[in-house]
Write a protein that binds this ligand. Structure first.
Ligand SMILES: Cc1cc2nc3c(=O)[nH]c(=O)nc-3n(C[C@H](O)[C@H](O)[C@H](O)COP(=O)(O)OP(=O)(O)OC[C@H]3O[C@@H](n4cnc5c(N)ncnc54)[C@H](O)[C@@H]3O)c2cc1C
Length: 473
């Protein structure tokens, strides 16, 4: 029997790929999944009504790159192709992404032409950033913060107004702490190997590419041909985990909801015991852990304190989410994806997504305000109420977007420790964690957002890679 710990997207995808690799048929292995709550999907949660959808966690998925195309293959296989709602490059949600600086909303350049023009709040056309890179000397480093790297290569304005808000949007984190390898591994390698990013781009043009390949299904091919920018699932993103859970059930995976694991004990290289909160024990030959690393650290701490220490070193941030619905005939916002607020603005909010522009079938204006993240405790304290977050979000919306209408409906969530932070040294630490597991021959594999990427695509791809590695062992 193989156990999957956690029923978020990481755990569900692991089950999906174990089935796809015929693990149950070839090895006669029974699969079971244990989930602490009464729901499978983890942070993916949608509130659906006739007039609006509130996404409490993730809302859109990127179709690009090998990880993005792989998710589309999975969606097609699960029969969800017809449920996808995508945004093409000429849609305002693709073209108009804004930042809020000095009490003003500015659109970021979205085309090559824009790079040659001066766009406020930048004091010069962004092409100057490339010239800056050519002038700067190389700095030899093993890792660096993404902020330092971008400031060194492209200048302070790019670091403050482009990269810092982007990091807030992706992981609610501080670009001054997040590893450059999180988003710019290749560019950092160019600097380290060739002395600069532009030099690296030029030299790499003449080198044979050694990229991973993937066989594409119809849906992925279509997304590539039509250059989809982002997509979501009609009727709410939670359809994705719901359908995946059903797929696992239909293929005889035992799903145990409301089953919290409190301790993991490794007996030998092919036997592990999961101790449940009700005192019962489940025995398995292997466990796939998809729970956040800070939780896994506690589960294995008695037997493996050193591994526990390494796992607990990845910090997590708390995010406040305020979904707002205004039942108005005319949209209250200009068509755009939304805006982000650079941390130097010292605002209580991280940004706002204009859901009614990117998610279909909404009758009115729907917005989601994100608050806190890396700065949650210093801005709001640890015992802030949902009412207080709502008050702050509405005040900011009024002031920034000049919305005077009364909110028709809302939802507030405080998502405790919901996003891992890939700070400087993260990738090295994950290698050490996996080396420890391998050296001690522990029957455990690590999946989920704590290790190989924080987005939906990364989590699914990480499950695929891990399972394929294990079945070929
Ligand atoms: C606010 C927010 C917005 C986001 N927006 C986007 C977006 O727009 N696009 C995108 O691509 N990504 C986005 N993400 C990231 C995406 O949601 C995650 O990558 C993904 O949901 C992580 O899935 P996971 O399975 O690794 O973890 P989780 O979703 O955390 O699942 C872990 C599961 O383990 C269970 N569990 C925990 N402890 C135990 C235990 N002891 N015993 C049994 N079960 C346990 C939990 O209940 C949970 O169900 C967002 C994340 C957040 C928080």
């Amino acid at each position: 029997m193989a156990a999957i710990l956690g029923g978020g997207l990481g755990g569900l995808s692991t089950g999906y790929y174990l089935l796809k690799n015929n693990i149950t048929n070839n090895s006669n292995l029974k699969l079971f999944l244990v989930e602490a709550t009464d729901y499978c999907g983890g942070w993916i949660k949608s509130i659906k009504t006739r007039d609006y959808i509130f996404e409490q966690g993730p809302r859109t998925i990127r179709p690009r790159g090998i990880t993005g195309l792989n998710t589309l293959n999975m969606l097609q296989d699960l029969g969800l192709s017809e449920h996808i709602s995508y945004i093409k490059p000429d849609h305002p949600a693709a073209r108009n992404r804004m930042i809020y600086v000095n009490n003003t909303l500015y659109s970021l350049p979205s085309s090559l032409k824009g790079v040659f023009q001066k766009n406020e709040p930048f004091s010069k056309p962004l092409i100057y950033a490339a010239l800056n890179d050519l002038k700067q000397p190389q700095k030899e480093l093993k890792d660096d913060s993404i902020y330092n790297f971008v400031e060194r290569r492209f200048g302070k304005e790019v670091a403050d107004y482009a990269i810092s808000p982007m990091i807030c949007g992706i992981c609610a984190g501080d670009a001054k702490e997040i590893s450059v390898k999180f988003l710019m591994k290749t560019l950092f390698e160019y600097e380290q190997s060739y002395g600069g990013v532009v030099k690296g781009v030029m030299k790499s043009m003449f080198k044979p590419k050694n990229e991973e390949t993937l066989e594409l299904g119809e849906l992925a091919k279509r997304a590539q041909e039509e250059k989809w920018n982002i997509y979501t699932i009609k009727g709410g993103l939670d359809t994705f985990p719901l359908v995946m859970k059903q797929y696992l059930k239909d293929n005889d995976v035992d799903i145990h909801l409301n089953t919290k694991v409190e301790e993991i004990e490794f007996i030998d290289s092919s036997m592990v015991q999961l101790k449940k909160s009700n005192g019962e024990t489940i025995s398995a030959s292997h466990v796939y852990s998809s729970v956040p690393s800070h939780i896994l650290a506690k589960l294995i701490s008695k037997q493996h304190p050193q591994l526990s220490q390494l796992l607990s070193e990845t910090p997590f941030v708390t995010v406040g989410i305020v979904n707002l619905y205004f039942a108005t005939e005319k949209p209250l916002i200009e068509p755009a994806f939304g805006f982000l607020v650079p941390p130097i603005e010292n605002s209580p909010i991280l940004g706002v997504v204009f859901d009614s522009c990117c998610i279909p079938d909404q009758n009115g204006t729907v917005l989601t305000v994100m608050l806190g993240g890396r700065w949650f405790n210093e801005k709001f304290g640890s015992d802030v109420t949902k009412d207080r977050l709502l008050e702050i979000a509405v005040k900011e919306i009024k002031s920034i977007l000049k919305i005077e209408d009364k909110v028709t409906a809302y939802n507030v969530g405080i998502l405790d420790k919901c996003i891992p932070q890939y700070i400087i040294g993260h990738y090295d630490r994950v290698d050490r964690i996996r080396d420890y597991i391998q050296n001690k021959n522990l029957p455990i594999s690590l999946v989920g957002s704590s290790y190989d990427g924080v987005g939906i695509n990364d989590v699914i791809y990480s499950a695929k890679t891990q399972v394929e590695k294990d079945v070929t062992k």
